[in-house]
Ligand binder design. Structure first.
Ligand code: GLU
Length: 509
């Protein structure tokens, strides 16, 4: 086991868009694989055809790609252990279910849905807390343990529908070690005889998952905590199929919790509190309902990945910003916590802001130019780059650039009313025309020069510069706050500034 090359898989079922919890599972698999020089495999678990949602598989692949996780083997890239879609491996599962029957660890069951319901009702009446098909109840049902061999054969030959169930031992402790949780011990009396093979000719998740992990030589199963209850069953399957030697290590990841810590983060929390829970936009093919993704909300993939990595894992230091390479370097399963992590939407934004600040101005300008072009605004890259350098400190998303910086491209449409109400008075009416005149005479239109002229005029008119400073900003930008004032003035250009001041005085008369 020690010498095997690390191989991990992300094994989503294409039943809808990938939740951010699913992306985190993929990410921890990816980080672990890359850290250990192993392979990251994508396997699509589509055995439940009733839950198949068109477009979900493409969505999953696009999301992983957006996050920068490169797949070593998968449905698109192929690989030595393919195919990587369970529906295409259909023919390979029955053999193992039959092997289990032969060795006495599984059996045929012929019970109809009505009979199963009847059994549950009977047990509920008898006050059994969790009625299930198990070591006790199987004795009373129609299966190859209770029917004669001939009868079983006859039913199968006549084409009667059947399922194959695992025969869970009556009294046994099932133990396994989980990298995150330590030793997990479950008594078999708590387990039920799960269906391994369905009447539609398809394996269930449990059988297909274990068979494929074995065949694909998976060394570590890293998945969400919701699969922890299935793990004892999987452990028994490894044992009964004779694969215990190569059973993968298990690591069950803690949940991502709602912002208030009460329960698992759901799409409804996102809708209610206004944050995305999916990586990319998703349109439900049935209802037509649209959900916004982190990508479309304006998050950088790097910040989304960084934020997700910290939801459940910690580096053991106070460092919060990690590139993908740094995450790979620092990651270990041992530092994944046992308890759930509260999702904090403000922290997600904070991460984006940190990344936005590290982007260089020209790259941000390229993004901003798309919006400007859409608005029919033609501005040089050099100018937009300077605008970005001034406004980026104040924003968390590039999508906010237009809201913060539209006045760099057009006259303000309106003025911040609160500032006008508080500050527009006789003094202002004296100051701004004089300021415009003095600005016209500036030859070297630079921030420091502009600032000294501003102060000089105030002094001359015996006005406290502090009383007109914010108004000055509002006349130029419409807004009460914004980037460094005189640098912003410099960038707007002399003519534009003078025109806006004169115009403002007119408008506010
Ligand atoms: N198909 C399962 C899912 O949708 C995979 C669980 C596992 O990784 O074993 O999450």
């Amino acid at each position: 086991m020690e010498n095997r090359k690390v191989r991990v898989r992300f094994a989503p079922s294409p039943t809808g868009p990938l939740h951010m919890g699913g992306v985190r599972t993929a990410l921890y698999n990816y980080l672990f694989a890359k850290k250990t020089g192993g392979d990251f495999i994508l396997r699509i678990e589509d055995t439940d055809q009733t839950r198949y949602v068109p477009g979900a598989e493409e969505y999953i692949m696009e999301a992983l790609e957006w996050c920068g996780m490169k797949i070593n083997e998968g449905p698109k890239s192929g690989g030595e252990y393919g195919p990587y879609r369970q529906s295409e491996r259909k023919a390979s599962y029955l053999e193992f279910a039959e092997k289990l029957i032969e060795s006495g660890h599984a059996y045929y069951a012929f019970d109809t849905p009505e009979e199963l319901t009847e059994m549950r009702e009977r047990l509920t009446k008898a006050k059994v807390a969790a009625p299930q098909y198990n070591a006790v109840t199987r004795e009373t049902m129609k299966n190859s343990l209770t029917l004669s061999e001939d009868e079983v054969k006859r039913r199968i030959d006549e084409g009667e529908p059947y399922v194959i169930r695992i025969k869970i031992p009556r009294k046994e402790e099932v133990r396994f070690h989980d990298v995150v949780r330590g030793w997990v011990v479950v008594h078999s009396s708590q387990m039920d005889d799960k269906v391994l093979f369905k009447s539609d000719g398809m394996p269930t998740y449990h059988l297909a998952n274990v068979v494929d992990d074995y065949k694909m030589k998976i060394t570590h199963v890293i998945r969400g905590e919701e699969w922890l209850p299935s793990a004892p069953l999987h452990v028994l399957l490894y044992r009964y199929l004779g694969w215990e030697e190569v059973m993968p290590a298990f690591a069950h990841l803690p949940l991502i919790l709602k912002p208030d810590g009460n329960g698992k983060l759901s799409k409804r929390d996102g809708d209610r509190l206004g944050f995305p829970v999916f990586p990319l936009n998703w349109k439900d093919p049935d209802s037509g309902e649209e959900s916004q993704g982190y990508r479309e909300r304006g998050y950088f993939p790097e910040s989304f990945v960084n934020m997700l990595a910290m939801l459940g894992w910690n580096p053991g230091t106070s460092q919060e910003i990690f590139s993908m390479d740094e995450l790979i370097e620092a990651f270990s399963l041992e530092r994944v916590g046992k308890s759930g992590s509260k999702f904090d939407p403000e922290k997600a934004k904070w991460y984006n802001q940190q990344y936005l600040r590290t982007y260089d101005d020209a790259a941000l300008a390229e993004i901003f130019q798309v919006t400007l072009k859409e608005k029919g605004i033609n501005a040089s890259d050099a100018y937009v780059t300077k605008v970005c350098s001034l406004i980026k400190e104040k924003t968390q998303f590039t999508a906010e650039f237009w809201g913060f910086g539209n006045y760099f491209f057009q006259q303000p449409e309106s003025y911040d009313e609160k500032v006008i109400e508080k500050r527009w008075n006789e003094t202002a009416i004296r100051f701004f025309p004089a300021l415009a005149d003095a600005f016209e005479d500036i030859e070297d239109w630079r921030a420091d020069e502009i600032e000294s002229v501003f102060k000089l005029i105030a002094e001359k008119l015996e006005i406290n510069p502090g009383h007109v400073m914010q108004l000055f900003r509002v006349l130029l930008s419409g807004q009460g706050g914004g980037p460094v004032l005189f640098e912003m003035t410099e960038l707007l250009g002399k003519q534009e500034v003078v025109a806006r001041l004169r115009n403002g005085v007119e408008r506010l008369k």
